[in-house]
Design a protein around this ligand. Structure first.
Ligand SMILES: [Zn+2]
Length: 406
């Protein structure tokens, strides 16, 4: 049911080494070797190809609203492909690795979502800029994806050490998520932008980051080891854009409901960036719960839990107490047969990713509301699975105060 990109592109594609999560975290200090879709030998120095090119400027200020590529200032030497066309020989401590990691992470996210989307996803700005410019480092505590560029800054970890975002897969995947949503769901015409559209954008980008990270074998193993199969336990799956073992920028498994956020009714120009991120969290939380719902359904299909046990697990979803009998039972099952849990999590990942991409194709960006997002997701799910999951999905949205306009 699920697919492995590295297995698919092994031999024909190009090897890179990527950190599945911030290398600040001990389990991800060593990058994992992955295969990207770029045909072997097709990548030029940078790395670069027909779609994008990576640069590491020596001293560049971040692009502002009126700026646009190309950047023509001084840059560090580009990363060179190895004699066999791969980039996995570039050492993580070399200056060129930032550009390699950023290029590889973006290509990886595109590979994943082009499968879910059913084909190539062109950049939304391709009429103005033929290629995406990747700026691997600017002295700035942020990252952004604009017309023709994606730019990564840096931030301090808990010990005060500056950590470049170009090495943080979650942050890069979130930024590429914005590009994917612009390209697939579209950009609202003037006068039709809603607060919900902006919040949906942040939420969808977080979901791109979560689903994409789950394509790393070491990340799936790490999640299962930490949670012992109980995905609601607080762990790295719930954290996006992590800077240390205890600090994160956004949280996917959250208890926020739309009615809790009083400023929801305000027009987009009266909200701060932080408020828009927060407004997206009930939507992200609903999709996180739906992903766990798919995971439980796959555990039932694989014979790991009975339908009656699955019903009990659903009841304790979101309950803080981790010591319920049902949760203890699922952890015991995991220790008996971790391979089945690995399979269930990969299946759930692809069920969620496929339905998300399909629902974005259905959305209309003008005057968008969360009810449109949930409706398009329900329709996409029904296309693939009939009515099997409809009620549970509807409940996940309803608990968050999101009602599908059918
Ligand atoms: Zn964002």
């Amino acid at each position: 049911m699920s697919f492995s990109l590295s297995a698919y592109f092994e031999g024909s594609g190009t090897r890179f080494r990527l950190h599945p999560q911030s290398p600040v975290l001990e389990d991800f200090r060593e990058p994992e070797t992955v295969w990207l879709s770029s045909p072997r030998g097709s990548l030029a120095p940078g790395p670069s190809d027909r779609r994008m090119y990576a640069l590491t400027p020596i001293a560049k200020r971040p692009y502002l609203d009126e700026d646009c590529p190309p950047y023509c200032g001084p840059v560090h030497p580009p990363a060179m492909p190895g004699p066999d066309g791969h980039f996995d020989h570039v050492a993580p401590d070399s200056p060129a690795f930032l550009a390699v990691h950023m290029f590889g992470s973006i290509r990886r996210v595109l590979d994943i979502w082009e499968v879910y989307s059913g084909g190539p996803v062109p950049w939304h700005f391709q009429m103005s800029f033929p290629r995406l410019e990747l700026i691997a480092h600017v002295p700035w505590r942020n990252a952004h994806f604009g017309s023709g560029y994606c730019e990564c800054g840096e931030d301090a970890d808990d010990a005060g050490v500056m950590r470049p975002f170009a090495l943080n897969f979650d942050i890069i995947a979130h930024e590429v998520g914005h590009g994917l949503v612009f390209a697939i769901a579209g950009i609202p015409p003037v006068g039709t932008l809603t607060t919900d559209y902006l919040a949906f954008h942040e939420s969808a980008s977080d979901l791109v980051a979560i689903v994409s990270a789950l394509h790393f074998e070491s990340f799936v193993d790490h999640i299962l080891r930490r949670t012992k199969g109980d995905l609601h336990a607080e762990n790295e799956l719930n954290r996006i854009g992590e800077l240390s073992g205890t600090r994160q920028i956004r949280s996917a498994s959250n208890a926020l409901r739309l009615p809790d956020l009083a400023y929801r009714g305000k027009p987009p120009d009266q909200l701060t960036g932080h408020q828009i991120h927060e407004l997206g969290q009930p939507l992200t939380g609903a999709f996180f719960d739906i992903g766990v719902e798919f995971f439980i359904a796959r555990l039932v299909a694989l014979g790991v839990v009975t339908p009656a046990e699955a019903a009990l697990l659903r009841e304790v979803q979101g309950v803080e107490d981790l010591d319920t009998a049902e949760r203890a039972r699922i952890r015991a099952r995991y220790l008996q047969d971790p391979a089945l849990f690995r399979r269930a999590i990969r299946d759930a990942r692809d069920m969620l990713g496929l339905r998300l991409a399909r629902s974005w194709h259905r959305l209309r960006p003008q005057n968008l509301h969360f009810g449109d997002v949930s409706r398009c997701f329900l329709i996409s799910d029904r296309e693939l699975s009939g009515s099997r999951y409809t009620e549970n999905i509807r409940e996940c949205f309803a608990w968050r105060g999101i009602i599908a306009d059918m």
